[in-house]
Write a protein that binds this ligand. Structure first.
Ligand code: B16
Ligand code: MG
Length: 217
């Protein structure tokens, strides 16, 4: 166990809720329908353009490419306004301690996010320097469940995928980690993240050593 790759949305911070608010506002104000929190679950880990395509298909609306681009930009403006209100207090329970212990144990740390906003968000909440490598939406061409984001992370860290552990809150992200040949820790509900090697509600009161005993006994 030599490297940890963390998803951002839903693992480090709860931005999934802000994505939902911004997409819901777009659906309500521009598209004429509503989207449920349950439907939002299927957008987790999915890129911005593909998320819009899924929302349009869900509401039975079709748009030309120029309008789609404009709406994706508008959603992102609303999303950025929401995430700019975050503070370090929004970092999810146990993350700061778990990252510090990981570094102390000599385990490498990468971010593996599909989001193009990942780096400014980490900077904004003051934990950018905790990461040895950042793989985000600006560096990849395929979203999760494609393993590209995590394979690039392992490559940048110089660690073999079999020595990596992925932390993910999304079904598509767990799938991406498994396809990369890595162990996976689901953050959320075991009934949703059925394929993860282990599932926890958060990383509070948990250590890299405890994880090692479970995943690499
Ligand atoms: P952006 P992750 C993903 O981030 C989100 O889960 C997903 O809901 C979002 O659409 C995607 O990033 C793109 O984000 O619009 O900021 O580029 O979970 O891979 O960290
Ligand atoms: Mg996520």
């Amino acid at each position: 166990m030599q490297a940890f790759l963390f998803d951002l949305d839903g693992v480090i911070v709860d931005t999934a809720h802000f994505h939902y608010q911004a997409w819901r506002r777009l659906a309500n104000e521009k598209l004429g329908f509503d989207i449920s929190e349950e439907f939002n679950e299927s957008l987790k880990g999915i890129s911005r353009t593909e998320s819009l395509d899924r929302i349009l298909a869900h509401g039975g609306v079709s748009l030309d490419d120029v309008t789609k681009e404009a709406y994706a930009t508008l959603k992102n403006q609303w999303y950025v306004e929401l995430v700019n209100q975050m503070t370090p207090a929004d970092i999810l329970p146990g993350i700061i301690e778990f990252l510090a212990q990981t570094r102390a144990d000599g385990i490498k740390i990468a971010l593996g996010s599909v989001s193009k906003n990942a780096k400014p968000i980490l900077e904004h909440i003051g934990i950018l320097s905790a990461f040895d490598a950042i793989i985000d939406g600006t560096k990849i061409s395929k979203g999760k469940p494609d393993p590209e984001v995590f394979l690039k992370g392992a490559e940048e860290l110089g660690i073999s995928p079999s020595e990596c552990v992925v932390f993910e809150d999304a079904v598509a992200g767990i799938e991406a980690g498994l396809r990369a040949g890595m162990k996976t820790v689901g953050i959320g509900q075991a009934e949703v993240l059925t394929k993860a090697d282990i599932v926890r509600s958060d990383l509070n009161n948990f250590t890299p050593n405890e994880l090692k005993n479970i995943l690499f006994p």
